[in-house]
Design a binder for this molecule. Structure first.
Ligand code: TXE
Length: 499
């Protein structure tokens, strides 16, 4: 592990952000304000309003009105696509600014933040095509007197609740697809990373999105988030966050039976066979756990490795982890930055203690890193781990990898599936039979063969088991935000029931 000093500078004073309703930014006024400090430095960088229940009602009413009067869903797909394409162009123009604020509030390295914003541009561009190609079905085989069509209609007002680990990326895996479907939005970002969500609302407005189609409320999960999931005028909720709050959403959605999309936790396996390219696999495994300091729902946090190469491979991974550049998020050279919240820092360190207490062998890392401010944890590897240990079962959401050896393909699959989660999985092997067998039998919504953490706008993401409901992105992502209507059309004279 190497340490670096920062290059970009911090803002001289915290920036004030307003929330966004009906096409306008609303300043905090006399509302309480949440001040966010950069997790990499401990310096205040932004201030956001704590929205009230009335603010939420206004935002939902604006989204309702914009949906009901069809100012967005009534446009043709080409017009909706034009707005999404213009938004992509404006994001490109503001890429540096968005990346900077993402880094300041989240603590991720600036180079990574830039790449993520680049990925978001692609989401908007891809979804613009979907706005034009979304279609239903027809049934011309119902006999001469009947024609059937199936149409897709937008669900309505969609609430989007996002977490702090990828504030802009997770938002952009949803917003352009929701807009492509014709729905309207009330988004609530995590209270610690709200800046870039507010920026997206401004960008969409500038791109020509009609007022009221995209609204943003800010504040805590327990107050404004809870009110959003319970709101009787919200037709669908897309929630990304912890499994505990996801469960809560299921209960709250019962009020008006709102449709739910849930992307929750993961404890994702990385299965490495002895016949893999072990150099590649070691690099991929290190990337899979350390990227975004392991604060990814799809982090590869369980290394399930064939016993015959386990010792050797463990050392290869440890060597990679020790070379990762942990540093100031504003430094161009940094590969992993700060842990995003104090609470998350405490959680990760408590799991490292648990690992030691449970009898796992600490191979590397296991400690905080002093950068003179902010909170940093060295990439950590535990050997001699059994599937019963909490470090093997719980989502730690930090740079902590556990090694579990196996002897047979069946055993590898059993260990991989021995979790309540089913979000993602990777397999590393040069044997096509093993790769396919594992891909078929491991329960995960996203799968990687000889790679990890790849993604893009085309392929959907989402979980099996307790990792969630529904899929985001791809054509499937747009379809999630639609509902089907079947239309039966009688042709010619009706044959009468009452003569
Ligand atoms: O998530 P929360 P937290 C996991 C990860 C992490 C743990 C806790 O294991 O350690 O969750 O993180 C909003 N009604 N993931 O506490 O609380 C909240 O304001 C409505 C995995 O930050 O679930 C934020 O906008 N909303 C995950 C969002 O929910 C509520 C990413 C997520 O916060 C709410 C993040 C409520 N009652 C954490 N309570 C992933 N799958 O990537 C909170 N929120």
């Amino acid at each position: 592990m190497t340490q670096h000093v920062k290059k970009l500078s911090l803002p001289s004073k915290p920036r004030d952000f307003g929330f966004f309703v009906d096409g306008k930014s609303v300043p905090s006024g006399d509302r309480e304000v949440f001040e966010r400090s950069s997790p990499g430095h401990g310096v205040p960088v932004s201030r956001i309003p704590k929205c009230t229940a009335q603010d939420l009602d206004r935002a939902v009413a604006a989204a309702r009105q914009a949906f009901d009067d069809r100012r967005w869903s009534g446009l043709n797909g080409a017009d909706r696509a034009a707005v999404l394409l213009k938004a992509a162009e404006l994001i490109r123009q503001r890429q540096e600014e968005i990346a900077y604020w993402e880094t300041l509030e989240n603590g991720k390295p600036i180079s990574q933040a830039r790449a993520e914003v680049g990925g978001c541009i692609g989401m908007f561009e891809y979804a613009s095509g979907l706005a034009r190609s979304l279609h239903g079905d027809s049934f011309n085989n119902l006999g001469d007197s009947m024609f059937g069509i199936v149409t897709r209609e937008p669900v309505g007002v969609v609430g989007i609740i996002t977490p702090w680990n990828f504030p802009f990326l997770i938002l952009c895996e949803r917003v352009p697809y929701v807009l492509a479907s014709g729905c309207t939005i009330v988004a609530k970002p995590s209270e610690v990373t709200s800046a870039t969500t507010i920026m997206l609302a401004e960008i969409l407005s500038e791109a020509g999105l009609p007022d009221g189609v995209m609204n943003v409320v800010t504040g805590s999960g327990s107050s404004i988030g809870q009110a959003l999931i319970e709101h009787m005028d919200v037709d669908m909720l897309s929630f990304t966050g912890s499994t505990a709050v996801g469960r809560h959403c299921v209960k709250a959605a019962a009020g008006n039976f709102k449709k739910l999309g849930l992307e929750l936790g993961g404890k994702n396996p990385q299965i490495v066979f002895a016949d893999a390219d072990l150099e590649d696999a070691a690099d991929g495994v290190a990337f899979g756990i350390a990227f975004n300091t392991g604060q990814c729902c799809v982090s590869g946090s369980r290394l399930i490795v064939e016993r015959s190469v386990a010792d050797k491979f463990e050392k290869m991974v440890a060597a990679k982890l020790e070379k990762i550049i942990v540093g100031d998020p504003l430094d161009e050279a940094t590969q992993i930055g700060a842990i995003t919240t104090d609470a998350q820092n405490t959680t990760i360190m408590s799991y490292i203690d648990k690992g030691r207490d449970e009898g796992a062998r600490l191979i590397t890392g296991g400690a905080t890193v002093d950068m003179g401010g902010g909170q940093y944890i060295a990439p950590t590897l535990f050997g001699d781990v059994t599937s019963e240990m909490s470090i093997a079962r719980d989502e730690i959401f930090g740079p902590v990898l556990v090694v579990i050896p196996f002897d047979t393909v069946d055993e590898a699959i059993t260990i991989a599936n021995d979790t309540v989660y089913g979000l993602a999985a990777s397999v590393w092997t040069k044997n096509i039979d093993k790769a396919l067998m594992v891909t078929r039998r491991v329960q995960a919504g996203r799968f990687w063969v000889n790679t990890t953490l790849s993604g893009g706008p085309e392929l959907p993401l989402g979980g099996f088991k307790q990792s969630g409901w529904g899929r985001e992105a791809g054509k499937y992502g747009v379809e999630e935000y639609t509902q089907l209507k079947s239309v039966h059309i009688e042709i010619g004279k009706r044959s009468h029931w009452v003569e």
